[in-house]
Write a protein that binds this ligand. Structure first.
Ligand code: ZN
Ligand code: ZN
Ligand code: ZN
Length: 369
């Protein structure tokens, strides 16, 4: 089969599965706009514009309402969905409402702009609304073989950049965090990513802020340097964190890193089919708590990953969702001493029937440069 035929088969299968979800939940129509439910269902990623793009799925029809000037970007699988381009003088909200018709229970995508939803509601008085995550979420959370292959490829590309960081190929000492972040971003693209999603570079005391924005701080001898970066490659995301140390670390930092490595390993090993999502968090947190770092581990242990860098399932206390094969998620415990230093170690893991499978193979030592 050629690529178009593979796409057509894939999207027909996904729409059939989403319709089965809708049927079992009594949902008559599904409306998704910008965001990732749309490309998941039909392969088209709408730009987040002021013009409305909406896919309306009912039991017997799927229709993409799209601005006429965007229509040339749509790969149109006629057996999968109908295409309704609208002109600048048309009312796309009225067109969308017409396709929803008399559907009583309507699922709406999380990322549909409020302005369109507010206008749409005027056409749909008395209907019942739910979130599309209830119908598309259960499909997106469990990755199939092709999606796992895409995560493997993205992970390997991120690994190649992490290897460049650990080998000293990325200039650090005397550079600003922002300069290093730009360098890492360029390397993510050079290694095959289509888009860079983030490249956090945090030196010394800045590493104690988990989502530090790379800035003018110059990296110098004695710093720990935390690098957390990822991008999107063929529609699927990478996300990895490694730290390097400029010169010998203090005894405190060396001890903390060895505890962090054990915590991350425990979290990865807990990511088994049948365990709960929260047990991954518990496993990592327990190691750090017993080592005396509990109060310095200030965020959840991980997040799901796929078409989006952060998506379901979340590895957080209270999430009793059982892990199934095909769940993809990060395991990224950290230790943060406000104003002093911080560290995090992150790999992406896919749960398989043979146990947790890491998407990242870069060594997990605190490499000294
Ligand atoms: Zn993060
Ligand atoms: Zn990350
Ligand atoms: Zn992450």
């Amino acid at each position: 089969m050629n690529a178009a035929a593979v796409g057509e088969t894939l999207y027909l299968q996904r729409l059939a599965r989403v319709r089965a979800q809708m049927h079992s939940q009594g949902i008559d129509a599904l409306v998704v706009s910008v965001g990732f439910d749309l490309p998941f269902l039909i392969g088209y990623h709408a730009m987040p514009l002021e013009r409305l793009t909406a896919l309306v799925v009912t039991a017997d029809r799927a229709t993409l309402v799209v601005p006429r000037l965007e229509a040339p970007r749509v790969e149109h699988f006629a057996s999968v969905f109908d295409l309704v381009p609208w002109n600048e003088t048309d009312d796309p909200v009225a067109i969308t409402a017409g396709l929803i018709g008399t559907a009583q229970c309507v699922a709406i995508g999380d990322q549909m702009w409020a302005r369109f939803l507010v206008e749409l509601l005027k056409h749909l008085a008395g209907r019942h609304f739910v979130r599309s995550v209830d119908v598309v979420g259960p499909l997106r959370i469990q990755k199939d073989a092709a999606e796992i292959a895409a995560l493997v490829a993205a992970g390997a590309a991120a690994d190649r950049v992490a290897a460049q960081l650990q080998s000293g190929a990325i200039a650090l000492v005397g550079q600003t965090e922002a300069r290093v972040s730009a360098d890492i971003s360029a390397r993510l693209l050079a290694e095959g990513h289509d888009v860079v999603n983030f490249a956090i570079v945090a030196a010394g005391e800045n590493a104690s802020s988990p989502h530090h924005h790379a800035g003018a701080r110059v990296i110098r001898h004695g710093d720990i340097v935390l690098c957390d970066f990822g991008g999107t490659m063929n529609g699927y995301c990478s996300d990895i964190t490694r730290c390097v140390h400029i010169g010998e670390p203090t005894a405190d930092i060396a001890r903390a890193w060895s505890d962090l490595r054990r915590a991350q390993e425990a979290g990865v090993m807990a990511g088994r089919v049948g365990a709960t999502c929260e047990s991954v968090d518990t496993a990592s947190r327990q190691v750090l708590t017993e080592a005396g770092w509990g109060e310095y581990f200030i965020h959840r242990t991980g997040h799901g990953i796929g078409m989006e860098a952060h998506e379901e399932p979340y590895m957080v206390s209270g999430n009793r969702l059982p892990i199934v094969h095909g769940h993809a998620f990060s395991v990224e415990p950290g230790i943060y001493l406000a104003g002093k230093w911080g560290m995090r170690l992150e790999d992406i893991v896919v749960a398989t029937d043979d146990g947790p499978l890491r998407m990242n193979a870069t060594p997990r030592e605190l490499v000294i440069l």
